[in-house]
Ligand binder design. Structure first.
Ligand SMILES: Nc1nc2c(ncn2[C@@H]2O[C@H](COP(=O)(O)OP(=O)(O)OP(=O)(O)O)[C@@H](O)[C@H]2O)c(=O)[nH]1
Ligand SMILES: [Mg+2]
Length: 547
């Protein structure tokens, strides 16, 4: 179990895991990665010295304190904001070799280079580098003290707010607040709020230019309240001697800080980090599950759209022009008095457009018209389906804000409508010769039904007979419709025609599915699959409990 816990931590601390999670838009940053690396380090090296950071706003006096404890200017002091650019760590000779080994194995502060300082060297620190100063200051023997870049300047933010990112490493924080700057108090609150979940103990140094001893009782009470209400483990007021360059702080301040440092709890904090990690991981799992569901819904909806696209191009006469339908006598199959009604419509057509007869069939143009219908059909349906899919993607919560980046590339699939028309026509010809024989029989039936009715109209029933004959015609139409289905089922030519229609549907569906898959592949992935090792590690750590 313990081994599992450590190997999952190690995986989550890898560059690749961070890259994969952030490229998928999860709220998982270098800070989380440091939580994992620090938790792994704590498990593995329980005897390691505590790590204590000095942090605060720009020019609040962090480096001055750091140097005062070390007895010389190691970290460069300047009146300019953001003088310290990267972490400057003071490691005692006692831990020096072990520390070097941890650094070599990237067990501590992974992702940072190391620069070892010369004996008299002072440094501003460097972005992306851990500057190492070795010392033999006895009170600091069992701690690694790190002077950090500020948390307020724009430069620090531009350089990636490294101080925040490295916070998980520290068991103790000494927060330096320039008492005379209102925004330092805000920084103090914000830092405490931010660091709280990571579990470090922290202390506050209130820096003042005036003499600390001369602090009015009311002011002292205010500072006490401020520190205590934020649950600081201790605080002190440090007086500053104006002037330029490095001037150490009062001995009293240094002594206070040394006692705090001795009180750093490096062991208990591993659990705090793990509890924090558990919360972070369960959040990622929750988001991943939701995104996975959205992704599946989106794919399902797009597939339905593509299925509908081909299904709509279905059944018998969809691909036929009116002319073709007429030619095949489909109407005649549905409707026994088809011919009579057609003649009536032609006759009425002389009086008005609405009832006008259709144009005569242009036999020599049938191939061309069928090809035109096929092309129109294809373009219309492709456009409709792709618009719908684009809309589905845009509306899906899967992509979130990234939906704006969805630029699907859709093209009309290559399509030889002449060839398809020829194929369909071959079946139509065969169908036509079948229907012609059947139509003759149908004509006889219409005639035998139609003539007596007409006579009945004329001889006995007058106006009512007309109504009656229409009713009979509609019933016959209904029955004829049913018989059409069975007629079509029995027609070999119709079956062949249907096979061709199916091939056409399949072609459409496959061509567009291929495009959808290609478009989908360019879509930014926003979830991890169940088989993803990173997700496995996240899931391992998402459950509460002992490990
Ligand atoms: N007013 C005031 N100035 C101070 C105090 N401590 C240091 N200084 C001066 O403020 C300037 C910055 O001091 P540093 O110790 O370099 O401050 P820092 O917090 O390390 O600054 P950065 O590294 O730039 O974030 C220097 O000119 C110091 O002499 C203080 O308590 N009050
Ligand atoms: Mg500094």
């Amino acid at each position: 179990m313990a081994h599992d816990a450590e190997s999952h931590l190690a995986r989550l601390a890898e560059d690749d895991s961070l890259a994969r999670l952030s490229e998928r838009g999860f709220d998982w940053t270098a800070l989380d990665r440091n939580v994992c690396a620090a938790a792994a380090f704590k498990r593995r090296w329980r005897e390691a010295p505590g790590l204590v950071a000095l942090l605060g706003g720009a020019s609040s006096g962090k480096s001055t304190l750091f140097n005062s404890l070390l007895g010389r200017e190691v970290s460069r002091i300047s009146a300019h904001a953001h003088e310290t650019r990267g972490p400057v760590a003071a490691v005692s000779q006692v831990w020096s070799q072990r520390f070097d080994a941890w650094r070599r194995d990237a067990a501590i502060f992974p992702g940072l280079e190391t620069a070892v300082l010369g004996d008299d060297e002072s440094t501003t620190g460097r972005v992306g580098t851990l500057c190492l100063h070795r010392h033999d200051v006895a009170p600091l023997a069992d701690v690694v003290l790190v002077d950090m870049p500020d948390v307020t300047s724009k430069m620090a933010a531009d350089e990636g707010s490294i101080t925040r990112t490295l916070l998980p490493w520290f068991d103790g924080l000494i927060i330096v607040v320039d008492e005379e700057r209102w925004f330092d108090a805000a920084v103090f609150d914000e830092t405490v709020e931010f660091a709280r979940n990571l579990g470090p103990r922290f202390w506050v140094v209130f820096n003042r230019t005036e003499d600390a001893g001369a602090l009015a009782p009311l002011d002292r009470q205010r500072l006490t309240d401020h520190a205590e209400s934020r649950h600081a483990a201790g605080f002190c007021v440090s007086s500053f001697r104006p002037g330029s360059g490095y001037r150490p702080v009062a001995d009293e301040t240094s002594r206070r800080i040394v006692t705090w440092i001795a009180d750093t709890d490096a062991v208990g904090r591993g659990l705090d980090l793990e509890r924090h990690l558990q919360r972070r991981c369960s959040e990622i799992v929750r988001v991943n599950v939701a995104r996975g569901e959205h992704f599946n819904q989106l794919r399902q909806a797009a597939n339905n759209e593509l299925a509908a696209l081909s299904a709509e191009t279905s059944l018998s006469i969809d691909l036929l022009t009116d002319d073709e339908r007429k030619l095949l006598g489909v109407g005649r199959q549905v409707f026994p008095l088809y011919d009579a009604v057609q003649s009536a419509r032609r006759w009425l057509g002389r009086f008005g457009r609405k009832w006008g007869g259709d144009a005569e069939i242009e036999f020599d143009k049938r191939d061309e018209r069928l090809a035109g219908v096929l092309r129109h059909n294809l373009e219309h349906r492709v456009e409709h389906a792709t618009n719908r899919i684009d809309q589905l993607v845009g509306d899906s919560p899967y992509l979130g804000n990234a939906a704006a980046t969805w630029k699907a590339r859709w093209t009309i699939p290559p399509f030889d409508e002449q060839e398809w028309a020829r194929r369909i026509r071959r079946h139509l010809e065969a169908w036509k010769s079948e229907t012609t024989t059947r139509a003759r029989r149908s004509d006889v039936a219409s005639l035998s039904l139609g003539v007596p009715l007409l006579l009945a109209d004329l001889l006995f029933l007058g106006g009512a007979g007309v109504t009656l004959s229409w009713a009979v015609v509609w019933v016959a139409g209904f029955l004829g419709g049913k018989s059409l289905a069975s007629f079509l089922q029995r027609s070999p030519a119709f079956k062949e025609y249907q096979t061709t229609v199916k091939a056409y549907q399949t072609y459409l569906r496959e061509a567009l599915t291929e495009q959808w898959d290609a478009n989908l592949a360019t879509m930014p992935r926003r979830h991890l699959r169940m088989t993803d090792p990173v997700l496995e590690s996240i899931m391992y750590w998402s459950t509460p409990g002992e490990r």
